[in-house]
Design a protein around this ligand. Structure first.
Ligand code: ASP
Length: 363
């Protein structure tokens, strides 16, 4: 009879469903599943800190920044999503910003006192502890690629000037004529600053530095059209490895030959899988003297402080008390990230494995 002939089929189905449910609840299986599904990765970027005020922005400019930051985040996200390394993601994000005249790096670099472009860049691999940087390069289209070449293809950490340009060329980095970097706005910006004979952060304006509770008067140039910024990226990849990279044209009206914090490992750029990855932006001399990036990592390592607490202390208390303007982006090995700055604004953004893009400009 049909009733009896179907009975074994039904029982078999119940048994199969029960077995499957037991398998899913097995801790070993569940752990493997969550590790794969929940593989975390994070990318955080900045496009420079300074006196970036809403009143000096048009909606078009604001949108241009937001769009470019988003493009950089998505470029790095694609790398991380495809199980690429944090180094590759940092490079992808930075190259997008270097190619944009919106930021003070690569194509948008600011001028030195003698009206030249001299760019600095650095990369650090948190897994191996290896690092590479270049200072004062003049012909490398994407200085971050030169820094990576120094890390991967030389036994050195920092190359400068003509030697760095020559090494980049030999390593296959794209080389351009110095005219590629020409920018009339930048030149006008320099000439205006020169009248005051100061070296200034690209995006400083009328107001000074901010601490948690107060705004400190800071003596800087007033250029209402400052619209560029040093760029940086930090990332945690699915393999659990951290990396940090930074690229900049430096500070408008800097002496030729001046080296900022960016290529000084531990000052403007640092990564260590044991603690965090950091990229800084701001008045480089303060970041060098205070070894800012390493200071954050050291507070985590030796005092056991969280990423948030260590970064906040260094930027909002220590640097701020010295009137060292700027900020940083940081990510730790758990994927926590923070973006403190003591200036009115910092171009910044982050993206996690869920693909949600966050971009901000003002406080
Ligand atoms: N830190 C950079 C430098 O001093 C400037 C910047 O972040 O905008 O070269």
């Amino acid at each position: 009879m049909p009733k009896f002939s179907n009975q074994p089929d039904f029982e078999m189905r119940v048994i199969v469903v029960l077995c499957f449910a037991m398998l899913l609840s097995n801790p070993v299986f569940a752990q493997k599943k969550s590790k794969k599904m929940g593989a975390k990765f994070v990318l955080v970027i900045h496009g420079g800190a300074g006196t970036i005020l809403k009143e000096n922005m048009t909606p078009e400019k604001e949108k241009a920044y937001m769009d470019k930051l988003t493009e950089a985040l998505i470029a790095g996200y694609k790398v991380l999503k495809d199980s690429g390394t944090s180094i590759q993601a940092v490079q992808a994000a930075i190259m997008i910003m270097e190619d944009s005249p919106l930021f003070n790096a690569g194509k948008g670099s600011v001028y030195t006192n003698d009206e030249r472009i001299e760019m600095d860049a650095a990369i650090m691999d948190g897994k191996t502890g290896k690092a590479g940087s270049v200072a004062g390069v003049r012909t490398v289209k994407n200085p971050i690629t030169a820094a990576i070449a120094v890390m991967n293809r030389s036994e050195h950490v920092l190359l400068t000037g003509e030697g760095a340009d020559a090494f980049a060329k030999k390593s296959g980095c794209t080389i351009v004529d110095t005219s590629y970097f020409f920018d009339l706005n930048r030149l006008q910006q320099l000439r205006k600053v020169k009248e005051q004979e100061k070296a200034v952060l690209d995006h400083d304006g009328e107001q000074g530095m901010h601490t948690d509770s107060s705004a400190i008067e800071f003596n800087v140039d007033l250029n209402p059209d400052k619209k560029f910024g040093t760029v940086g990226a930090v990332a945690l990849d699915v393999h659990g490895n951290l990396a940090a990279g930074t690229s900049t044209g430096g500070m408008t009206n800097k002496r030729y030959g001046r080296v900022g914090d960016v290529p000084i490992i531990g000052a403007g750029t640092y990564a260590d899988n044991a603690t965090c990855a950091i990229s800084c932006t701001g008045h480089g001399e303060y970041f060098i003297r205070n070894v800012v990036a390493y200071d954050v990592a050291a507070l985590m390592k030796y005092k056991g402080w969280s990423l948030e607490k260590a970064s906040h202390h260094v930027v909002m208390e220590k640097l701020a008390s010295l009137k060292g303007m700027g900020g940083l982006i940081a990510v730790d090995r758990e994927g926590n990230y923070t973006m403190p700055f003591n200036t009115p604004g910092m171009y910044r953004g982050a993206i996690r494995a869920d693909g949600k893009v966050e971009v901000y400009i003002y406080r």
